[in-house]
Write a protein that binds this ligand. Structure first.
Ligand SMILES: CC(C)(COP(=O)(O)OP(=O)(O)OC[C@H]1O[C@@H](n2cnc3c(N)ncnc32)[C@H](O)[C@@H]1OP(=O)(O)O)[C@@H](O)C(=O)NCCC(=O)NCCS
Length: 159
């Protein structure tokens, strides 16, 4: 899967933010006391590798993991600056809650946070749903011929 590049200064990001503003779930940085809940949820719903990245995101201040909460329930998460500086991800939304704009809202909030921290571009490492990133933020594939930072990485089985 390719790495992608997103400009944090493109006009498409303003459109993305407008769409995100219409999403009714709460998007906010996770709190340190929530670490065990979020890490376990990501492990159960996605993978051990992603749970490890989330644990790293919690070591940052501000916590570099945003969560989507609806009715007191965790519905999704998104991290930035975890595997490498400037990287967005991992991210995931509860299967039952997909298609309601939550992934878009998490992505938008992370990109805004990264821009505030001084990034001009975000990378999406090893991107799965390329069309999601291209459609929401105009992400383009970085034409690198190899696996970059992920070359030789040990992987847990996906859930
Ligand atoms: C990718 C993911 C986070 C999207 O979350 P979501 O809440 O379902 O997405 P949204 O409802 O915000 O979708 C926003 C737009 O992207 C589109 N979209 C959503 N998932 C998509 C996908 N997998 N491929 C292409 N487009 C997608 C939607 O159709 C929507 O487009 P529209 O505004 O034109 O209707 C979610 O499907 C998920 O958790 N997938 C499994 C984990 C994963 O692959 N994470 C990314 C790792 S790089």
């Amino acid at each position: 899967m390719p790495d992608l590049l997103v400009s944090l200064y493109s006009t498409q990001l303003a459109d993305l933010k407008r769409k995100a503003d219409d999403v009714s779930v709460s998007i906010r940085p996770a709190l340190p006391p929530e670490l065990h809940l979020v890490v376990n949820w990501v492990r159960e719903n996605f993978s051990e590798n992603w749970a490890s990245e989330v644990a790293i995101a919690f070591t940052r201040q501000p916590v570099a993991c945003l969560i989507a909460v609806d009715g007191g329930k965790l519905k999704g998460f998104a991290c930035y600056d975890t595997t490498a500086r400037g990287f967005f991800g991992p991210t995931g939304v509860d299967r039952q809650a997909r298609g309601k704009g939550i992934g878009l809202a998490l992505f938008s909030a992370c990109l805004q946070a990264m821009k505030t921290l001084g990034h001009a571009y975000a990378f999406i490492g090893d991107a799965g749903p390329v069309d999601f990133y291209a459609g929401t933020a105009g992400a383009i594939v970085i034409p690198a011929p190899d696996k970059g930072i992920y070359e030789g990485m040990l992987r847990s089985m996906p859930k």
